[in-house]
Ligand binder design. Structure first.
Ligand SMILES: [Zn+2]
Length: 467
């Protein structure tokens, strides 16, 4: 007996079925299979330009099992939630996040220990989920540490498609080491933590990509032009040779996935597309001809639209006249004036990409709220909604056999993954029900809660329910 007691104690939860009576095991299984039924909802399915009224949606485990007009019969013990005529829609997707870029600036991050950066990234993950983002695409800096912690249920957060490190040439946009570290970049905290990798030459790029796959990257992010927040790569200069970009694409192709590039200049976008890049991050200087090329190549564009508003200069990293970031910010805006018209005319696949760096807590929330507003003002509510749901769902699927979450994302459809929001009102008519706010960092700071988002479900699990 003593031996058995010892085994029982040692096993604890791991071998529950050994010691728990059969009836209780059955009850536990029943619970696992439990259905959640949403009744009396109007559905935005991620695509259609109008709501399907008076519907019911049945979720079983982590999938949308059944959608029907009127009532659906649920099993005994199912959780039934009356939507009260509210809108049921897919969980939101932010296609461009940097949860690790969470200090006030680069020097701040250089001075931080890994545990502070990690803890702040965890807070970011909680924040995004609370805003209704059930999936994010990490566009550099994050490998799988945070993702695994969330997926295992230890921490609330969105699904993460990580790119692992940014890959940049020396003196490129991802060369975010301090000037004092130029001669020896390996002294950089951000290099040592794997937030960025510097690679010069096709073989070095190939090795960097392979290291990222070893770190669980679902897609690859490289920098092929200058950026605003970095100091070393001017906006006019291309980065990486064709050969280097090709090496990255070849390696990504062996993993059945794709390469995304940070880029602004029209010629640089064209070059990337011709070489086989599938995701254009930012791309605001694009011409009509190149926008057509995005369509032809089956690629996507992921711009942050807050950057082309006058409010952008409220951002503390860009607001100080005379600094390189301020000067680049001005240059960026001068070159982005035709962006909205071109995208509206050509209509390539476009995803919302909030691209928050150096903002956390209430400031981060304000930035997300403003991006929702700005995107919808430029492209309309329907496009904003599609660009936060079904279109990034398609982009996620480009990760092919490398997809960490195989299944359909961003749509309300039978068989799709059960990432679901229920919101007050109709977001097709009023985007503010998703938290959109016309004010940027001058907005009234708000708590981690968008009151009009009543239910947040990810992977069949309810994280918020105020119904
Ligand atoms: Zn970015």
């Amino acid at each position: 007996m003593r031996g058995l007691e010892w085994i029982v104690a040692a096993c604890h939860l791991a071998c529950l079925s050994v010691v728990v009576p059969a009836a209780q095991v059955l009850a536990a299984e029943e619970k696992f299979k439990q259905q959640i039924l949403f009744t009396n909802v109007n559905i935005f399915d991620g695509k259609a330009d109008m709501l399907a009224k008076g519907m019911s949606v049945m979720v079983e485990r982590n999938l949308i099992k059944k959608i029907a007009k009127g009532k659906i019969k649920a099993v005994v013990g199912a959780l039934v939630i009356d939507g009260g005529g509210r809108t049921l829609m897919p969980g939101l997707i932010d296609s461009h996040v940097h949860f690790n870029m969470n200090g006030a600036n680069l020097a701040d991050l250089e001075a931080m220990r890994w545990d502070e950066i990690g803890a702040r990234a965890a807070a970011q993950a909680q924040d995004w989920l609370a805003d209704g983002f059930t999936t994010v695409r990490g566009m550099g800096g994050m490998a799988t540490g945070l993702k695994k912690t969330i997926d295992s249920g230890l921490l609330d957060g969105p699904r993460i498609y990580p790119s692992a490190s940014y890959i940049s040439q020396t003196s490129g946009h991802g060369d975010i080491t301090l000037v004092s570290q130029n001669v020896n970049p390996s002294r950089s905290n951000l290099v040592n933590l794997g937030i960025t990798q510097l690679a010069d030459g096709a073989d070095a790029v190939r090795a960097a990509v392979r290291r990222n796959f070893a770190d669980g990257a679902s897609q690859i992010k490289i920098m092929v032009g200058g950026g605003i927040s970095s100091e070393k790569g001017p906006l006019f200069a291309p980065q990486f040779t064709d050969e280097e970009i090709r090496a990255a694409i070849e390696e990504a192709t062996t993993r059945d996935t794709y390469v995304a590039v940070h880029v602004y200049q029209d010629a640089h976008i064209q070059r990337a597309l011709e070489l086989g890049v599938k995701s254009i991050e930012h791309g605001q200087f694009i011409s009509e001809e190149t926008a057509m090329l995005i369509k032809e190549k089956g690629a996507f564009i992921a711009p942050f639209t807050a950057g082309i508003t006058k409010e952008a200069f409220q951002h503390p990293a860009y607001s100080v006249p005379g600094t390189p970031q301020y000067i680049k910010g001005k240059e960026f805006q001068e070159n982005s004036t035709n962006f909205v018209e071109i995208i509206k005319k050509v209509q390539p696949k476009i995803v919302m990409a909030v691209d928050i760096v150096f903002l956390t807590g209430a400031a981060g929330r304000s930035a997300r709220d403003f991006e929702k507003f700005a995107f919808a003002r430029f492209f309309g509510n329907l496009q904003a909604l599609r660009s936060m749901t079904s279109v990034p769902g398609e982009l996620a699927a480009l990760t092919g056999r490398n997809n960490p979450y195989p299944g359909k994302l961003g749509v309300i459809k039978e068989g799709a993954l059960a990432d679901i929001l229920i919101v007050d009102g109709n977001p097709l008519e009023d985007i503010t029900v998703l938290g959109a706010n016309s004010k940027y960092l001058d907005a009234e700071p708000r708590e981690r809660d968008i009151k009009t988002i009543r239910i947040i479900m990810k992977d069949g699990k309810i994280y918020k329910n105020t119904l």
